[in-house]
Ligand binder design. Structure first.
Ligand SMILES: [Fe+2]
Ligand SMILES: [Fe+2]
Length: 363
């Protein structure tokens, strides 16, 4: 079979499939033409991606733990991999699923059982397009020069929080307010000698920036659940809960591309742990008291406060005073008692944000 072309020799393909026999088929088909790496689990795929950047990924739609669609999202929003084309190979011919895969950035969709030669031709066609794009990229790079790092970090956080706001709480400014409230609460808590060593200026700046990312994992939750009016079923609730671990995984993927971006560890902590409760009954880790990262203990309060003062598909907003009373009630059960005390001492600043930035306020 001659499907290769002049400039795709040495191209690297990562094949991800939970079936070992499918991986053998890929290897037999592709190894003479390309460099081939195989991954049978999500963890193996992540390990491969941390050590190399493939030119193409063949991805099974139905992987355990992380679905093909969720993996597509992770790749698409990980700067180093966003431009790696992904061919979905799946036995699922449901046209809605096929369309969803394309919406999430799949370059192609091949149905199992497939014809080996056809798959190789599709791969070759993609490689020709990539080679063409790379040639024009080289031309424009030589004209423009390269970027700088610090604005790149800010841009990364900005794009992540744009992504988060596009997905969750559409038309509300929940994430913006959570950032503002988090700064106010951290500044007040810093006055308590207990936090003198842990909450300093850089901590306050980081939490103000990163708190906006707390629900980033919701990109993987379908709209029909996020916007459902009325109570969720047990299964739907379980699904929503995965936004903490999914969000942390997204940040892990970004760290693969930017190993020096230690500031993302801070975001990871609050993304993973903002639904933990002081009494140990929260999720995903059922952590208790100070085992919960401080950033997450602060975000837990401001996220709850803003959620209950905003109209949601599943409930009407309560007023400022009622919301403050609910936070006070959670002192020592849901919330860190010392942070809940700090909350009491910054009512004036919260009220100012609530009135200027709340849903009733002018946009
Ligand atoms: Fe959340
Ligand atoms: Fe939230």
């Amino acid at each position: 079979m001659n499907t290769g072309s002049f400039d795709d020799f040495g191209m690297h393909i990562l094949c991800i499939d939970d079936s070992a026999s499918q991986l053998v088929l890929y290897r037999d088909l592709l190894e003479g033409m390309y460099r081939v790496s195989l991954a049978e689990t999500y963890e193996e795929a992540v390990a491969c991606l941390s050590s190399m950047r493939p030119d193409l990924i063949l991805l099974d739609m139905n992987m355990p733990k992380v679905s093909g669609l969720a993996f597509l999202d992770i790749l698409r929003y990980t700067p180093n991999y966003a431009s790696v084309p992904v061919i979905i190979v799946s036995g699922d011919s449901d046209v809605e699923h096929v369309k969803e895969a394309f919406r999430r950035g799949a370059a192609d969709y091949v149905l199992k059982p497939y014809d080996g030669e056809e798959l190789a031709l599709r791969i070759n066609r993609l490689f020709q397009l990539i080679a063409r794009a790379r040639r024009s990229e080289r031309v424009s790079l030589s004209v423009e020069g390269s970027g700088v790092l610090a604005p790149a970090q800010a841009l990364l956080v900005q794009s992540l929080s744009d992504l988060a706001s596009a997905r969750d709480n559409e038309n509300t400014r929940h994430l913006e307010r959570v950032g503002l409230y988090a700064r106010a609460l951290a500044e007040t808590a810093a006055k308590n000698p207990l936090f003198r060593n842990s909450i300093d200026g850089p901590f306050i700046d980081k939490i103000a920036e990163m708190a906006r990312l707390h629900d980033i994992g919701k990109v993987n939750i379908p709209d029909y659940i996020l916007k459902k009016e009325g109570p969720l079923t047990d299964r739907e609730r379980e699904h929503v809960r995965t936004h903490t671990t999914d969000g942390a995984r997204m940040i892990d993927m970004i760290r693969l591309s930017f190993p020096d971006y230690a500031f993302l560890d801070f975001a990871r902590e609050l993304v993973l742990s903002h639904h933990e409760r002081w009494d140990g009954t929260g999720y995903p880790g059922a952590l208790a008291a100070r085992a919960i990262p401080l950033s997450a203990r602060i975000v837990a309060i401001v996220d709850t406060f803003d959620a209950i003062t905003t109209d949601r598909p599943y409930g009407k907003a309560v007023g400022f005073d009622e919301a403050s009373a609910i936070i006070a009630e959670g002192r020592g059960t849901a919330f860190d008692p010392d942070i809940a005390d700090a909350f009491k001492f910054c009512q004036a600043r919260f009220r100012e944000i609530y009135e200027k930035q709340g849903e009733g306020a002018p946009a």
